[in-house]
Ligand binder design. Structure first.
Ligand SMILES: Nc1ncnc2c1ncn2[C@@H]1O[C@H](COP(=O)(O)OP(=O)(O)OP(=O)(O)O)[C@@H](O)[C@H]1O
Ligand SMILES: [Mg+2]
Length: 369
């Protein structure tokens, strides 16, 4: 899949701009603060309805305006074209999306039409940062390729909030402990569905992750991934009944704390180097290799599931890779993947002969120049 062009209206520092892309490599060049990341953000928005920088919609509206509008001409599998539109009004605090002119009933229906893999400097925190970052990585990946996952995840979030409210109500003596049980049962079923899907995805991801990282570090280390779940013991995923029982055994403790202590909202993804925790042992360079491998594995995994390569968004990370890793990255892309790569003018780009293959987009103050 690829995006032919985007139309930006009052989006970030783009007042009114249309940008066309090549189906292969697009270099987005400009000085700091000109709008390179904003352009990538607009594509991420068209794929996921959200910002990869975890920004709120109101921050994406051009200063002093009320609403933004972003649309993209996407070419999907089988050469099918779709116009994807997303708009947000600050006054109404409402986001709306359309697919080829037809409004979607739920925003969730919009997610996954366009798929992206995004790699930005913040992703380097994936290994050493909080577990929430790693869960978010899995959630964004799975939400794009598995409609059921997104729906189950949203339900899980809702039931979890309700159950935690109940735990607090019991704690304050406003509810009887048995009134939590229906929530516990619902939560257990959804928790198993979320966990099972994450578990399966990580198992599949880790095979290409190991192979890709071997290529990058010339087989020096063995990199692997492991999904650590509170609902898995000796590779056996608890059944909903077992989760319910486990939650009921913890109920007194959970009432005292006012939170649900097991479930996919507490799980983690472990990065291992030669079987040891990368969070504790990995050097800066090793972390970079691990995250790059992870993103490339994500690309392959999405391809395997959907039969189509997602669009690769590389924000600022290209300049941070050494020449060998850059070349490897470009070789991996070959002509199968549309990539949008940002960099400052000073960067020495590693390709020379194949200029037609590579579209250069110069950005200054929210305009293509
Ligand atoms: N809602 C908004 N309205 C207007 N301008 C905005 C808005 N949000 C951000 N900006 C502006 O956008 C610019 C930042 O854009 P962006 O993050 O895309 O820069 P960049 O080209 O990626 O820079 P760098 O090379 O430093 O990463 C800043 O000048 C900022 O003031
Ligand atoms: Mg930037």
């Amino acid at each position: 899949m690829w995006v032919e062009s985007v139309r930006l209206r009052n989006f970030r520092n783009y007042f009114a701009e249309d940008v066309s892309f090549s189906p292969h490599i697009n270099l987005i060049v400009g000085s700091n603060g000109e709008g390179k990341s904003n352009l990538l953000e607009s594509l991420f928005l068209l794929a996921t309805t959200k910002s990869y920088r975890q920004a709120h919609e109101k921050d994406m509206v051009f200063i002093d305006r009320d609403n933004f509008y972003v649309s993209g001409e996407a070419v999907l599998q089988g050469n099918i074209k779709h116009t994807l539109e997303i708009s947000y009004s600050q006054k109404q605090n409402k986001k709306q999306a359309k697919v080829s002119g037809v409004p979607v009933v739920r925003l969730a229906d919009f997610i996954g039409i366009l798929n992206v893999v995004c790699f930005s400097p913040d992703d380097l925190n994936i290994i050493k940062g909080a577990p929430g970052l790693r869960r978010r990585f899995l959630d964004i990946l799975l939400s794009q390729i598995d409609r059921v996952y997104l729906s189950v995840l949203q339900q899980y979030g809702r039931v979890l909030r309700q159950r935690n409210e109940c735990l607090k109500a019991v704690q304050r003596g406003r509810m009887r402990p048995t009134e939590i049980w229906p929530w516990t049962e619902q939560l257990a079923t959804l928790a198993c569905q979320v966990t099972e899907r994450r578990f399966k995805a990580v198992n599949e991801l880790t095979t290409s992750y190991a192979a890709i990282s071997k290529g990058i570090n010339q087989g020096k280390e063995n990199l692997s991934l492991k999904y650590m779940s509170s609902l898995v013991k000796n590779s056996h995923l608890y059944t909903p009944i077992e989760v319910t029982e486990s939650l009921q055994r913890r109920q007194t403790e959970e009432v005292a704390r006012g939170i649900t202590t097991i479930g996919p909202h507490r799980d983690d993804l472990f990065f291992l180097i030669n079987g040891l925790s990368a969070a504790d042992y990995a050097s800066q360079g090793q972390q970079r290799t691990a995250v790059l491998s992870l993103k490339l594995a994500e690309l392959e995994y999405m391809y395997k599931v959907t039969g189509d390569y997602p669009i690769l968004l590389l924000d600022d990370v290209f300049s941070e890779l050494d020449q060998k890793r850059r070349q490897l990255l470009l070789a991996t892309l070959s002509d199968r993947v549309q990539a949008l790569i940002t960099g400052t003018e000073t960067l020495e780009w590693p390709w020379s002969g194949d200029r037609e293959y590579c579209n250069i987009i110069n950005i200054r103050q929210g305009k293509v120049i």
